[in-house]
Unconditional design. Structure first.
Ligand code: B12
Ligand code: B12
Ligand SMILES: Cc1ncc(COP(=O)(O)O)c(C=O)c1O
Ligand SMILES: Cc1ncc(COP(=O)(O)O)c(C=O)c1O
Lengths: 244, 518, 244, 518
């Protein structure tokens, strides 16, 4: 099936754009904006608004018509880590029956990142949107180290409590600081030779499974994740590894 | 409902009285006249339908052949032909479309014609009553899913099948009401096109088949969503009464229908319009269709701040004409709009004043509130902010029928996501301030209260002038929307006929009887 | 000078997009959206929001980073008809001194279009945004025929009053109805052999000079036009044609 | 100003009294202690500046060498070294950065040291007074171009030179206030970085040079726009007092500065924070810098509806600590936020209640109102609607410092057009309802009035509990924002020192004297 954007007629290819060009507002600037949109590959383009937003900068709103089609059947999607998702009870029962002991999980918001609420949504008793956090799971022993934790402290803690899984939250991403942070964690784990002792999970609004696995994590979770997603993944992964 | 504006009851009563006095002589004129389209509408009630090979509708063929007999009414000839030829209605329509001239057929006994008229009208009235019952039933069945105010969205692709997709999507997104915008300038056609159409400009032809297609699509989605979706079209222009009949049959729920819009904004002859609106409103009343008046057009044409009082004056006149046509207040959706220049200091307070004033002067009427349009630009973000304030005002003043502002108003007829964003905005705002109306009071002698009183005073001034001048002559002088129209000018003037002594219109008689009884 | 869109760093190439795809919301749909943006030629793309807006349709918001640069110096812009713009007094004086008689202008909103206010903004005494309309000009005799005027009626009227210029307003543009309308006007004028008797001007929010001249008009005016723009153009053009 | 909420004066007085009683024992603790950074701040006032080749700031070098003498105060040694060596201040700083250890130098006569201290402090105070005069002059010169509430915009590129461009653009777009967001986690550095920087993450290092660069850029644009643009930074974290000194010197106009934020949200030791905030506030008071407190953080961390009363409780405590530091009310920008889940029915009414309540309880304070952030998603249109309602609330309740919501809050730090759209929205809304505040009254016992009273009651409950428990122990128990911090835990704990009998801090003495006189 080939698809294109839809405005009010199938395949009309309508796309809305907005951007700023570093030039004074003028007819020429508008023409440049139109030219830019056309160069992006739009068949036609209407600049519906232009406004001088400060000296030397003009803001444009445009609608473009695109002929680009994509073959929807051929779109491949990395199956997200959270695709399989059991309920609170199912997770606990699975752990009880298959792993037969409490799972130990250690979580932290690492580096300079201080967005505790994001990790808390997964960890805290109360959870998020009426989904309890991992601390509430009878079969999970959950340690939340909070925010601005150094990678090395996290690792040492995980070793000390014999963690099964390490959960990392990364919310600040400007200038790819999260990538540096995550890469460093993997490197430290490898240096200590303990990488394979843990299931390694990372989450955050700009994280996805693809990025996470590429960097050497076992899974990555993005927006809209609940504790169940992570719980299911860890329990199953632990079982699959035959670790219990 | 608590009043907040401290408007004088005496003044409101005076304004109503003036409106009554203004319409009285016009109503006299109306009662004495018929028009081409009133006749065609009556014929449609009896069953006239279809077109000839040139696409000319059967009702038009009939009325054309009876041009010289218009003053006696056309129904008699249509029924006479049926009886004389022993045709069923479809056979008769077919014969007419193939050239049968009903004016040539010798008239049989009046009694028989009257009996047959009763039968045919009975068919019609059964159908309409069934529609009304169905609608009432569905509305009460699904009432808990209705928004308040009701959210009204438009579709305007020009293609009825594309419209259906857009309308279904809008309903799924949470709309209560779908209006199928009519193609540019259909109002100037002196006939109603036939069949399903796909070639409108910025709107879709209003045809009975298009009505049917959309009605059935919306009935479908209504059941899926447990939410009765109301359907709107335009009962306006040169064929007002006929479209009323078609809408009644196809169970439309609302109709844009104004007593002066066509005159002012489409240069349709004023005598014609007054007669047509009356007949069409009787049909709407019988079919319990809510009419929406078009006062918003004053504000997109003139300055909304300066001419705010013309809206109120027009609402009063529209309301009075509606009453004359036996429309109960609950079926009269008086129009107004949020269209004051947003750069004016305190423009929002002025909007609040106007909307609250309409609410207090017309407590029992379902007010139709139009979004900002004139000051909407291609800056879709800014539009979204304006629409947020508009949504706020509607809820804050308890409006009834809320036309959603579309962020791309200045760009194109709405795309599918434009409607979604409009509904999302309205739902957020209205839920977040659900009880605001009950929570606040306005300062005595503040900007809001003073503005409302000023607008009322100015409207009374205008109405007094109109009363003294006479409505026909007032329009000639440009007292409304600065637009001047000649009493004998404009489109459709030659379609008016003074009723003769022997004028007979069983449909009109039926409606008058029915409506004055109820 | 090469320019690119600007977000918060010179040449960062940041563009905001939104569009709807005719598919149910899912990870796959999001991937398709991302794929689409990439295929448009964006270097990188972040889908910042996706929402099921009704059965079978998903709305996407995206930010893309574009490497496309445009050479601003090479952008060519058809000098807009209204570039030169005199004041009310200047126009009247010019007509008085150079043309030495009243100019006759006939205007209408043609076809099925009924947007009188747009034309009124140019014609009416009161004008628009504190710019008087042509009716107010002492040296211009302005006839405003209003809306929904047939092309043929407009032409006949113009011939009758010996108009110097015909002004047409076109606001409704869906399905290119304005183009049909404008083309028909030119054809009728040619058929009657009177095309060159008139300065032919068209205006409307989606009109520009390029489109207008391509279709055979002498000028086209878009959003933000005032009577002064049109007045200047007509007076000058009339003088240039040596018609006075 | 007219009160609308019918809040009991007795309750408000009680709440204030409780806050006073809560801070009294803490203030005693504060008065008895100094910290590393208080000493460094005092040294900076005297002139200590620069870094050594490893980038360690001179004030840090001095304090480090005096670690064991902290209880006597460090200023005496710095001045002593200057006199003994016959250095100018730059020469002295240079020597220290090259290894001079001021702790080793024999002390000269106290009288001479005190005289020199007076001289140095006089230099500082002249400079600050000049700044204050300049600011006051410009503010009054350009006052007519100031918005009300003032519009506060952030820049956060991480690069001071890029920040300058963004800030200039924002000022041209109509901002009154520019905040340069600080790089992630600078608050945890126990020194202040030096020089111009370009490598921050989601914010730019707070350095004196960066302050200077931005100040001069904004002074430029202020003159061009005839509009004094205020500059904000963070006087927060482990170096609170030092940043206060830098801000005073570079004529910042506002500082984020909270008495408990660092404790709760950055795990900085509570004893340290209390001492630091006091000293920093005295500097801010002297330099007439408006502080902005951080109560909004409670609402992004906990549920804004449930924990609304914690904001009020914290405001009262912050206000009291500010008073203890001699900050007049006009310099205390108490924070709060519009961050209730927007899907809650009547959430807007609840926001209105909270904002109006803050206004009525703190009539003389410049309230700092934070935009919705937590419920902002990638749907930038929806964000724009939320921000419209937020702008409405700010104007409707007469807030003072209005942080503009940015439509891309959930996506990135603001792009240039994001700020433009934010300002455009605010200006539209606020102009369209300019006089709303005076126009409306709230229903007695309505949702708004009841909510405000409920929040006040709950805040009093919390304050009572805190008073009985003691502030230190209350924080240990997690009474604020559900966060528990140990009295002896957290960062910077080892930087606290009990003042000895011979403790001498001429800067503190000067400030106390100056401020208690004025
Ligand atoms: C609340 C908030 C704050 C609060 C945090 C309070 C707290 N106690 O956590 C405060 C005010 C303190 C704050 C501060 C800052 N913030 Co902030 N903040 C936000 C905000 C508004 C909401 C975040 C939030 O609460 N989301 C709700 C949670 C539940 O959703 P979530 O993050 O998507 O989490 C879900 C998933 O991502 C996933 N997940 C997340 N972590 C993990 C971990 C694991 C293991 C798993 C499995 C899943 C998972 O599951 C969660 C639940 O579904 C966002 C903007 C926004 N609206 O998104 C900005 C935002 C995240 N902040 C931002 C910034 C820059 C900052 C600062 C660095 C600014 C500064 N320079 O001072 C500071 C400093 C903080 C620091 N040192 O890190 C930027 C980040 C930009 C970027 N992408 O780089 C944002 C996007 C705002 C912006 N546009 O500038 N912030
Ligand atoms: C007001 C309005 C109306 C009013 C018109 C009132 C009146 N008396 O004119 C009413 C409510 C009646 C109306 C009706 C319709 N409208 Co209308 N309307 C608008 C609206 C909101 C504003 C237009 C306006 O007043 N602009 C102000 C003027 C001053 O600006 P302007 O048009 O840009 O004019 C300037 C320039 O273009 C130029 N200019 C214009 N004409 C000329 C001529 C010359 C010679 C020159 C030199 C310059 C010039 O100078 C002017 C001054 O600067 C626009 C949306 C919008 N916000 O733009 C929709 C809009 C134009 N309407 C639209 C539509 C579809 C209709 C209808 C056809 C809908 C329907 N099917 O019923 C109807 C029917 C009208 C018809 N038969 O033509 C569409 C057009 C879509 C398209 N591009 O095809 C729009 C864009 C709305 C939308 N998104 O759907 N409309
Ligand atoms: C009463 C009424 N009729 C009709 C219309 C639509 O215009 P047209 O006459 O072109 O169908 C409107 C539009 O606002 C209206 O208010
Ligand atoms: C008082 C205060 N300080 C500082 C900050 C900034 O955070 P950081 O401590 O990371 O600089 C905030 C942010 O909201 C704040 O309110």
């Amino acid at each position: 099936m080939f698809i294109r954007p839809y405005g009010d007629t199938l395949n009309d290819g309508q796309v809305q754009l907005s951007f700023t060009l570093p030039v004074e507002k003028s007819e020429k600037a508008t023409e440049a904006a139109r030219f830019f949109v056309r160069k992006l590959g739009f068949e036609s383009c209407e600049i519906v608004h232009s406004e001088a937003i400060c000296r030397g900068f003009t803001f444009f709103l445009a609608y473009g018509t695109s002929n680009i089609e994509i073959d929807y059947d051929k779109v491949e999607v990395e199956s997200p880590a959270g695709e399989l998702c059991w309920s609170f009870e199912e997770i606990n029962n699975f752990i009880k029956e298959k792993i037969k002991r409490e799972i130990v999980v250690v979580a932290a918001c690492t580096g300079s990142d201080a967005h505790t609420v994001c990790l808390d949504a997964i960890m805290n008793m109360k959870g998020f949107n009426h989904h309890y956090g991992l601390e509430r799971y009878p079969m999970i022993k959950a340690h939340n180290l909070g925010a601005q934790v150094e990678n090395i402290d996290l690792i040492e803690f995980a070793i000390r409590v014999k963690a099964d899984a390490i959960l990392v939250s990364q919310v600040v991403t400007q200038k790819d600081i999260h990538i540096k942070n995550m890469t460093m964690l993997i490197k430290l784990l490898n240096d200590k030779g303990v990488r394979n002792n843990f299931i390694l999970v990372v989450g955050g609004p700009k994280i996805d499974n693809k990025l996470a696995t590429e960097l050497g994590f076992d899974a990555g979770f993005g927006k809209g994740t609940y504790a169940e997603h992570v719980g299911t993944f860890i329990a199953r992964e632990l079982y699959n590894r035959g670790k219990p | 409902m608590k009043n907040k504006l401290n408007l004088s009851k005496e003044k409101i009563d005076l304004a109503r009285l003036l409106a009554k006095e203004i319409t009285t002589p016009v109503q006299k004129f109306i009662d004495e006249h018929t028009t081409d389209t009133v006749e065609r509408a009556a014929l449609r009630v009896l069953g006239a339908d279809g077109t000839n090979e040139n696409g000319i509708p059967v009702p038009n063929l009939i009325v054309k052949s009876l041009r010289n007999l218009l003053s006696t009414g056309t129904c008699r000839y249509y029924i006479n032909a049926k009886l004389k030829k022993g045709f069923t209605i479809p056979e008769l329509n077919n014969a007419i479309s193939n050239g049968l001239d009903v004016s040539n057929i010798e008239l049989i006994d009046g009694e028989k014609i009257r009996d047959e008229a009763d039968k045919l009208i009975n068919n019609f009235s059964q159908l309409i009553r069934k529609n009304v019952n169905y609608r009432n039933h569905k509305i009460s069945e699904f009432s808990k899913n209705e928004n308040n105010p009701m959210l009204y969205l438009i579709v305007a692709t020009g293609n009825i099948f594309e419209d259906v997709k857009q309308a279904t999507a809008a309903a799924e997104q949470g709309a209560d009401i779908i209006a199928v915008i009519r193609t540019t300038a259909q109002s100037l056609l002196d006939y109603v096109p036939f069949g399903a159409t796909t070639d409108g400009f910025c709107g879709t032809y209003a045809t009975q088949e298009n009505f049917r297609i959309m009605r059935s699509a919306l009935d479908n989605v209504s059941e899926n969503m447990n939410h009765y979706i109301r359907l709107v079209n335009y009962c306006s222009g040169l064929c007002m009464p006929e479209i009323a009949v078609m809408g009644a049959v196809e169970r439309l729920d609302m109709m844009l229908n104004d007593s002066m819009y066509g005159i002012l904004f489409r240069d349709i002859n004023m005598c014609r319009t007054f007669v047509d609106q009356h007949f069409s409103r009787m049909i709407n009343a019988f079919a319990e269709i809510v009419i929406n008046t078009g006062e918003d057009n004053y504000l997109t044409t003139c300055d909304a701040y300066e001419k705010a009082y013309t809206v109120l004056a027009s609402q009063l006149i529209n309301a009075r004409f509606a009453k004359n046509a036996h429309l109960p207040e609950r079926l009269v959706g008086l129009g107004h709009a949020f269209d004051i220049d947003p750069t004016i200091k305190n423009s929002f307070l002025l909007e609040l004043a106007q909307a609250q004033m309409a609410r207090e002067i017309f407590p029992e009427y379902p007010l139709k509130y139009m979004p900002p349009t004139k000051f909407i630009t291609g800056n879709i973000f800014k539009s979204y902010a304006l629409n947020t304030m508009f949504n706020f005002t509607a809820k804050a003043t308890n409006q009834s029928i809320h036309l959603l502002g579309i962020l791309t108003e200045a760009i194109h007829t709405p795309h599918i996501q434009d409607r979604f964003l409009a509904i999302d905005n309205a739902k957020y705002v209205m839920n977040s301030m659900a009880d605001f109306f009950d929570e606040i009071e306005f300062k005595k002698d503040g900007i809001i209260v003073n503005r409302a009183n000023e607008v009322l005073d100015n409207a009374i001034e205008l109405l007094k002038k109109v009363k003294n001048t006479g409505l026909f002559y007032s329009i000639e002088k440009g007292l409304f929307a600065d637009i001047k129209r000649k009493k004998n000018g404009g489109k459709g003037f030659d379609g008016i006929e003074k009723k003769g002594k022997d004028y007979w219109n069983p449909v009109e008689d039926f409606l008058k009887k029915e409506l004055s009884e109820s």
